[in-house]
Design a binder for this molecule. Structure first.
Ligand SMILES: [Ca+2]
Ligand SMILES: [Ca+2]
Length: 382
């Protein structure tokens, strides 16, 4: 086969028979297509990922990656003749119409956004659900070195520093965890509704500190390109499911930021080696009570929003790590205070691969840390 035109080959018609109900399918989009994808982790190609997405799923893949995609039609299933699958975008060797509902496809070689569209009829109306392939872009390091100024598609993201020269001994000791992220996708508002996990959309994962109240003094805009580590996405999804099981969460976590470019990260005064720059960190609160300020909720129900609500959630993160269900990482709590009183807070969680813990009180007016919270001992070997 000609190199670079491997596309939409090996069609397998697993769905040619009966199209019964899909047991276990989540109920949040009962009348839409579900997409079950199996694909290699772009950062760790030997690791196979598999998720079932409602209606708007999407995955990040390396150019040319091999993907399995099952299209699970909505219930009740319409006549097969009314259902059509096609590839949208400039695929290497596009197929105008794909009849099968289970596809083995090779991602295009050219980075960009591609879609698999499933159209079907509900009554007289034709509905189309799309699955998105983000074929990732490779980061460039100025001068071709391992660290330094990094750009993607001409956008300067800022400087990634050599971990061996870090002031903190812990960064030097875990230098392997501080490599420049290799694969990026470009944020486009049009894709913000695409779910990158069964729960969270690309828009949820785009930084929003710059919209905080009060605003930062000199925030740079977030970069258009972002790196998202699947260890973090898996951890985020696992935590979400666990919190729902524990009745501490109904829908989803309120995310403040995931990837931050070094330029953006510096502009909000975050550290030189913040895990956000490596794409495996997320900041979040639980905010489901519709308060107009979008503050953290009183999740433990004691009538106050304070560090205890944050610690309750952070301990769930630690239990998932201890059970081996998610990759180990950093967990920090930030209790936001106004006039000496706790009013809000958020949690940082990452998947750096080793244990790190911290807690601060933060003044809501200055966004500066003004005290420590010890909620867990740092492990001696950490
Ligand atoms: Ca709230
Ligand atoms: Ca509380």
């Amino acid at each position: 086969m000609e190199k670079g035109v491997l596309s939409a080959v090996a069609m397998i018609a697993l769905f040619s028979g009966s199209l019964g109900c899909a047991p276990g399918a989540a109920s949040d989009a009962p009348n839409r297509t579900r997409f079950k994808a199996t694909w290699p982790d772009p950062d760790r190609p030997r690791v196979t990922l598999s998720w079932e997405f409602p209606a708007t799923g999407g995955i990040v893949v390396r150019p040319g990656a091999e993907i399995e995609l099952s299209i699970i039609p909505p219930q009740p299933q319409n006549a097969a003749a009314d259902s059509m699958v096609r590839l949208e975008g400039e695929w290497d060797a596009s197929r105008a119409s794909v009849a099968d509902k289970s596809l083995a496809i090779f991602a295009p070689r050219k980075p960009g956004v591609y879609r698999v569209a499933h159209s079907y009829k509900i009554g007289a109306e034709t509905v189309t659900d799309r699955f998105t392939l983000f074929v990732a872009l490779r980061a460039e390091v100025a001068g071709g070195g391992k660290f330094g100024e990094v750009s993607v598609e001409g956008e300067k993201l800022g400087t990634y520093y050599t971990p061996q020269r870090a002031v903190r001994e812990k960064v030097r000791r875990h230098a392997d965890a501080y490599g420049v992220p290799e694969w990026f996708i470009r944020f486009d508002e049009a894709d913000s509704g695409v779910r990158l996990t069964p729960t969270y959309t690309l828009g949820d994962l785009y930084p929003r500190e710059a919209r905080n109240e009060p605003p930062r003094e000199h925030p740079e805009p977030p970069s258009l390109h972002l790196a998202l580590d699947y260890n973090m996405l898996l951890k985020l999804e696992a935590l979400t499911e666990e919190l729902r099981d524990l009745k501490l969460l109904k829908g989803k976590l309120a995310l403040t930021s995931a990837y931050r470019s070094p330029i953006y990260n510096a502009s909000i005064e975050s550290g030189h080696y913040s895990r956000h720059m490596y794409g495996d960190a997320v900041d979040f609160a639980i905010d489901e009570d519709s308060d107009p300020r979008q503050y953290m909720d009183d999740v433990d129900g004691d009538g106050r929003v304070d560090r205890r609500d944050l610690i309750l959630i952070a301990r769930v993160v630690r239990r998932l790590e201890a059970a081996g269900r998610v990759r180990e990482g950093g967990c920090g709590i930030y209790e936001r205070r106004s006039g000496g009183k706790s009013i809000d807070g958020y949690i940082h969680m990452d998947a750096r691969g080793h244990h790190a813990t911290w807690g601060y009180t933060v003044d809501v007016k200055t966004e500066k840390a003004d005290g420590d919270i010890t909620w867990e001992r740092e492990r001696p070997d950490a």
